[in-house]
Design a binder for this molecule. Structure first.
Ligand SMILES: Nc1ncnc2c1ncn2[C@@H]1O[C@H](COP(=O)(O)OP(=O)(O)O)[C@@H](O)[C@H]1O
Ligand SMILES: [Mg+2]
Length: 229
């Protein structure tokens, strides 16, 4: 469903992504792993169109999105949950969701559907984003991405700095989304969480994919070796 070919990205003179090829099959989760600073967030931002690329192509469902700005990619079905969540702290939960709604092209997900996935959002609807805990903000960030009914969800370290009980909640929601044939790219440092959800994985090192495959066919030890500091 997502096909990336030969992606190169630079921050000024620094060559951050090098010849990235990535295929993400529909209705599955692909984990994107790697140590800090290898380019995971940069890659997601290139996919969503927040950062320009020097070379390469990004296709979604056979359509070439490479030249499109991020809002057009969102309208074609990409949902993005940024690292650190980026909730609007002075807006209420309901207003944060409304911002997500503005990214949609067609019908949006009803609030009741999102609140069924994340019951905490119902009780918090009139609270300011900044008053929520980290875990609640993460759930809000995921709901904000889901409101536009994406086909592909890009998640950047959703478990970072979050309590185990909320991590379980998030895992449960992601599994429910996969059952409904959502396609997910999951950037994670929390390896066990990623391996539980993902069918495929790709490991980045210094801007290059150095290991990839089906989770069932990879040795966990081999993956861990690439992630060890
Ligand atoms: N806006 C930026 N300008 C310049 N360099 C950046 C910027 N963002 C990230 N980098 C650098 O690019 C590299 C990859 O960063 P990043 O994609 O955030 O890695 P990861 O998400 O894997 O931790 C790092 O060396 C980082 O310092
Ligand atoms: Mg990152």
């Amino acid at each position: 469903m997502l096909n990336v070919r030969g992606l190169d990205q630079y921050y000024g003179g620094s060559h951050t992504l090098r010849g990235i090829d990535l295929d993400v099959p529909e209705g599955t989760c692909t984990a994107l792993l790697g140590r800090n600073g290898v380019g995971k967030t940069t890659l997601l931002r290139c996919l969503i169109g927040e950062l320009p690329v020097a070379r390469g192509t990004v296709q979604l469902g056979g359509e070439d999105l490479t030249a499109l700005p991020s809002y057009e990619r969102a309208r074609r079905g990409m949902g993005y949950v940024p690292q650190g969540r980026e909730i609007f702290s002075r807006l209420t939960v309901g207003e944060n969701l409304a911002v997500g709604e503005s990214a949609a092209r067609g019908a949006t997900a009803p609030l009741s559907e999102l609140e069924a996935l994340f019951p905490i959002l119902r009780t918090m609807r009139h609270r300011r984003g900044g008053d929520l805990s980290g875990g609640q903000q993460q759930q809000l960030a995921i709901a904000r991405a889901l409101i536009s009914r994406p086909r592909l969800l890009l998640l950047d370290e959703p478990t970072e700095g979050i309590q185990p009980s909320t991590i379980k909640e998030i895992g449960r929601v992601l599994r429910a989304l996969l059952e409904r044939k959502m396609t997910i790219i999951l950037v994670e440092q929390y390896l066990d969480f990623a391996l539980e959800l993902a069918e495929h994985c790709a490991v980045l090192s210094r801007g290059e994919i150095v290991l990839r495959g089906r989770i069932t066919e990879l040795e966990p030890a081999q993956v861990r070796r690439h992630l060890a500091v």
